[in-house]
Design a protein around this ligand. Structure first.
Ligand code: ATP
Ligand code: MG
Ligand code: MG
Ligand code: MG
Length: 512
């Protein structure tokens, strides 16, 4: 099939690797390596962060890959919209190309344009590009260089749009490497233009979808907030494979592509439920959303388990897994559909990520264990007197998926004592306590606050979290790093760790 997702992925990699002399670098694991600031790998650049920070020299100056990305927390949290829109997933593949001090803006834009219009044959009329239009507060001038590059490439003036810091200035964190970016957006409309255009046919679908973000890392934000120029310049790009595939397969929803359809087919076959119809509104919306969430989360769970993440050690993963079990039972009358869908995911993505096949047996084992453990928790919890009491007292608590939070009862008692002193706001300290002592995550704390007619000091909470991360981060960073093929020493919790660069894996590993 000439436009299968496998072919589309390969065309991207061939274009950069064969036609433009980039080096292929394997996707890094979705478990971030040596980075306390992230719980999941969320972008292609993660594994190259130390190069941008100047701590590591690049092995190759030009690289490309497809990176397994997960966005279920932190700065990029798409978890709550997954299922109700057509183009955000918890797990997705980010196709990327990088230049570490070699080519810059002009070449990056030209290659991107060539790939989209020549290789994928996307008509220019379907594309829009954006550029950074400046910001006085930070003393940053508009990126007219970028705008002119697009004009020279032949993009029509009214297709080049300037945006501010929020959309077109990329930053890794509060300080560090950063820079203006240009995004390529794609217009879906003609492919599903119907009489209903502008009415409910578009609910949950976006006519204009961002597909590719090209970042020009040319600045550095200092600790004091000032932005200065970098002596070295980097290109960092990311394009969502699922969005690209949807467009090239003539679909307005990522879920209608060969990356997802076999998962729906499998669920239909096993459960004999009415089939997935791709609705984003109306009567079928609820059922189709369950299909979408289950298919999306199946991919995410398959990838996490194949990379060796344990639900036991990652509460977010465990919660998502339990949500799938609940959906299986409630909406499809099956005790755990993940056991059925995950082998299908391995079939779809296993050629690209062979670990899906290699770890399948193990994965199914973990799924079985999690299912049984969850079941026993439910039984114990529904018997727990304390829980019954607080829920009788406040039935709204039933809206929270409390089974996922074994520490909830203790947390709630503590919270009640706090509330008794007539508090209207959950302070940053209290939120932090509920989080770190009892394992409630911030989404749940916010929902709890809503039920109790209180607010949460989110900014304070995030500041505190950031500070905590930085302490760890500085320890790792504080060490003198690095030359290639040599080791990094870092001090963590007063223990010395030694990391050695493993050329075959293109990453640092603890020395054995
Ligand atoms: P959006 O504005 O649509 O949320 P983003 O600006 O957060 O996207 P980037 O961080 O720029 O995304 O990531 C680069 C590319 O990765 C995007 O242009 C998009 O194609 C893809 N992408 C980002 N988030 C998701 C997601 N949750 N699911 C699928 N693809 C995604
Ligand atoms: Mg986003
Ligand atoms: Mg965006
Ligand atoms: Mg973007």
């Amino acid at each position: 099939n000439h436009n299968s997702s496998d072919v589309i992925r390969k065309q991207f990699l061939d274009f950069f690797i064969k036609d433009n002399q980039h080096e292929f670098v394997k996707s890094s694991s979705v478990i971030p390596f040596c980075d306390k600031t992230l719980s999941f790998t969320n972008a292609g650049m993660n594994q190259f962060k130390n190069i941008f920070l100047g701590y590591q020299l690049p092995v190759y100056k030009k690289v490309a890959n497809t990176q397994k990305c997960i966005r279920v927390g932190g700065k990029h949290n798409d978890l709550s919209i997954v299922g109700s829109d057509s183009y955000h997933h918890t797990f997705f593949e980010m196709l990327g190309n990088w230049s570490f001090g070699e080519y810059f803006k002009k070449e990056a834009c030209e290659m991107a344009w060539k790939l989209l219009t020549d290789v994928y044959k996307i008509r220019a009329e379907r594309l829009y590009v954006t550029y950074f239009n400046g910001n006085d507060e930070n003393n940053l001038s508009p990126d007219l260089e970028c705008r002119d590059i697009w004009l020279n490439i032949g993009v029509k003036k009214d297709r080049i749009i300037g945006f501010d810091m929020k959309d077109n200035f990329w930053e890794m964190g509060k300080c560090g490497p950063c820079g203006p970016c240009t995004e390529i957006h794609i217009d879906h409309l003609p492919s599903y233009e119907t009489k209903n255009r502008g009415h409910d046919v578009n609910i949950g679908k976006s006519d204009l979808t961002e597909i590719w973000n090209i970042v020009f890392i040319q600045n550095h934000r200092r600790n004091d907030g000032e932005i200065e120029n970098l002596s070295e310049k980097f290109i960092d790009t990311g394009m969502g494979l699922e969005r690209l595939v949807a467009f090239l397969q003539g679909k307005s929803s990522n879920y209608d592509t060969d990356l997802f359809l076999p998962i729906f087919k499998k669920i239909e076959k096993i459960t004999h439920c009415s089939p997935y119809t791709g609705s984003f509104s109306g009567n079928d919306f609820k059922r189709d959303t369950s299909y979408r969430i289950l298919a999306d989360h199946s991919r995410m769970i398959a990838i996490c388990l194949a990379d060796g993440m344990f639900p036991e050690q990652n509460q977010k993963l465990r919660r998502i897994l339990r949500k799938c079990i609940n959906i299986s039972v409630k909406h499809f009358g099956h005790q755990n559909l993940l056991v059925e869908t995950i082998p299908t995911v391995a079939n779809i993505l296993g050629d690209t990520f062979p670990e899906l096949h290699q770890k399948l047996f193990n994965t199914l084992d973990i799924l079985k264990y999690e299912e049984e453990y969850f079941q026993s928790l439910k039984e114990n919890l529904s018997l727990s007197k304390g829980m019954k009491e607080i829920i009788n007292h406040n039935p709204k608590l039933n809206d929270l998926d409390l089974l996922d939070y074994p520490g909830f009862l203790n947390a709630y008692q503590d919270f009640n004592r706090y509330k008794k002193s007539n508090k209207k706001e959950i302070s940053a300290e209290m939120a932090l306590k509920l989080h770190s002592t009892y394992g409630l995550d911030i989404d749940l704390i916010e929902k709890l606050a809503e039920i109790e007619h209180m607010t949460v000091d989110i900014d304070g909470y995030e500041d505190q979290m950031e500070k905590m991360k930085n302490i760890l981060f500085e320890r790792v960073d504080g060490e003198k790093v690095i030359k290639l093929n040599e080791s990094i020493l870092s001090t963590k919790n007063d223990l010395k760790y030694e990391y050695v660069y493993d050329n075959s894996k293109h990453m640092f590993c603890t020395k054995s």
